[in-house]
Design a protein around this ligand. Structure first.
Ligand SMILES: Cc1ncc(COP(=O)(O)O)c(C=O)c1O
Length: 467
């Protein structure tokens, strides 16, 4: 029987696992980006029941190598242009390995002071790198979905001073991420108090429509409680007009949360700081280093103007959590949904130091530049149409070959996207703009180089000629 607690064997297998990871980094480009697995493929290869007897780790690792990679969609492939990236990088992986080894549960300062204080410092580093207000405080959440939900809970708590929960109204745009609409439901806003505000021709929220909706709700005796604006919508990368909406929220005393899940990383570039104009009116802000800052999933940076508002809505203080008390300590368990907390700050520490702020800026700037070059190529091509963008490193486009009847284009683009994703050399996502079917392309993978973006364009043209 193998001894799964044997550290000599662990050392040997860990070296083997690291070799596998390094080989994977070197060869990930050779895989089809999207997994070719069919439903049930892995299930068929797995035994029905758990083993009674211990199995040797060598065999488990061999099975991993044989069975798992074919069922993986390779988010770390340099030609992954779908969704938004979910990045990783060697420093981040190293930190995750160490965290797995330490396996601390960091729910309280006392249950791992280093995790707690590293989190505090990393949030300060990120806050300053992005140019967020210096008095704001940050916390690492598992996801933008979770951070936005917490923001809504804080907003509801604040509005409770004025009205009952069933009269509170929530506003976001029709282009907000699905997690925002879902969060509003989980936070308990009644279905008839959730407003999706129209967007303009650039897919940003129409501020005057928001103001009108707020007026109408006040006249009907309801209380506008929370607005979520998006910087960098999922569909097209659009920016809601933060300054205008911020002024409305300030005037109306409404909690304002900024969802910059993807676009937030670009704020480390001074040339995009203008996107933060109006931020002084906001109450909270979230962005995901696990999207576009080379840090393993999950790592979502949530910043708050007044952390007390969140603490008041989430803090519960049973006897078993009443340990070290010190006014210098921030207890992050009061800032999120789960009690247990992973040590997520370590990967940020490793990533920010290993890249350096300049290295991070250079990478993100390159992604944006290559997207602009691609957009230019699409725009000048006679058979393709650039539909939106570039918004940072996201464009939407469609195939519109000369002579094709406009009413056939949706179906044509659907077929083209399927053909591209089946081909395996790159991976893209569908979208819709003004009721027309488009194809989204987002550049931002850690290993993407200019040549991958150029190859993607060539590949798109070649496949388009065959559909
Ligand atoms: C704008 C925006 N907000 C929120 C989310 C949800 O992010 P998470 O998966 O971290 O919850 C996404 C995901 O892509 C997004 O694009």
């Amino acid at each position: 029987m193998t001894d799964c607690l044997d550290t000599v064997a662990f050392r040997r297998h860990a070296h083997e696992a690291v070799d596998w990871i390094a080989d994977y980094f070197e060869s990930v480009e050779n895989y089809p980006v999207r997994s070719r697995a069919r439903p049930g493929d892995l299930l068929k290869a797995l035994p029905d029941r758990a083993p009674e007897q211990a199995e040797p780790m060598g065999r488990i690792l061999e099975d991993f190598k044989r069975l798992i990679p074919p069922g993986i969609t390779h988010w770390q492939h340099p030609s992954f242009f779908a969704y938004f990236p979910a990045n990783s990088s060697p420093p981040s992986v190293l930190a995750e390995m160490l965290v797995a080894g330490i396996a601390a549960q960091c729910m309280l300062w006392e249950t791992s002071p280093a995790a707690n204080e590293l989190e505090a410092r990393m949030m300060e580093w990120l806050r300053d790198l992005l140019g967020l207000p210096r008095e704001w405080r940050g916390v690492i959440q598992d996801s933008a979905s979770g951070a936005t939900l917490c923001a809504m809970l804080a907003a509801r708590e604040k509005a409770r001073e004025q009205t009952s929960l069933d009269k509170q109204v929530f506003y976001t745009s029709t282009e907000a991420n699905s997690s925002v609409h879902k969060g509003a439901r989980i936070a308990g806003f009644p279905m008839n108090c959730i407003r999706s505000i129209e967007t303009d021709s650039h897919q940003g929220m129409v501020a005057s429509a928001l103001a009108a909706a707020i007026d109408a709700d006040r006249h009907a005796g309801r209380t506008p409680a929370c607005v979520v604006v998006t910087l960098g919508t999922t569909g097209t990368g659009a920016m809601d007009p933060l300054e205008e909406i911020g002024a409305i929220c300030r005037r109306e005393n409404i909690y304002l949360h900024v969802d910059a899940a993807w676009a937030g990383s670009a704020l480390i570039l001074p040339e995009y700081r203008h996107l933060l104009e109006g931020m002084e009116h906001a109450d909270s802000f979230v962005f995901n280093p696990h999207k576009w800052m080379f840090t393993n999933f999950e790592c979502s940076a949530h910043f708050l103007k007044n952390p007390l508002s969140l603490q008041q809505s989430l803090s519960i203080d049973p006897i078993y959590l009443q340990n070290t008390r010190d006014e210098r300590i921030t207890e992050y368990r009061d800032y999120g949904i789960s009690l247990g907390r992973r040590f997520r700050a370590l990967k940020l520490w490793f990533v920010i130091r290993a890249f350096g702020a300049e290295g991070l800026r250079e990478k993100i700037r390159s992604h944006i530049r290559w997207t602009e070059e691609l957009a230019q190529a699409i725009q000048t091509s006679e058979d393709f149409e650039l539909v939106t963008g570039p918004n940072l490193a996201l464009i939407t486009w469609r195939y519109a070959p000369r002579g094709a009847a406009p009413d056939t284009l949706d179906e044509l683009n659907e077929r083209l996207l399927k053909a591209i994703n089946d081909d395996g050399r790159l991976y893209l996502t569908p979208g819709a703009v003004d009721g027309r079917r488009v194809i989204r392309l987002s550049v931002g993978q850690t290993r993407t180089e200019a040549r991958h973006v150029r190859q993607a364009w060539k590949c798109i043209q070649d496949i388009a000629a065959t559909v």
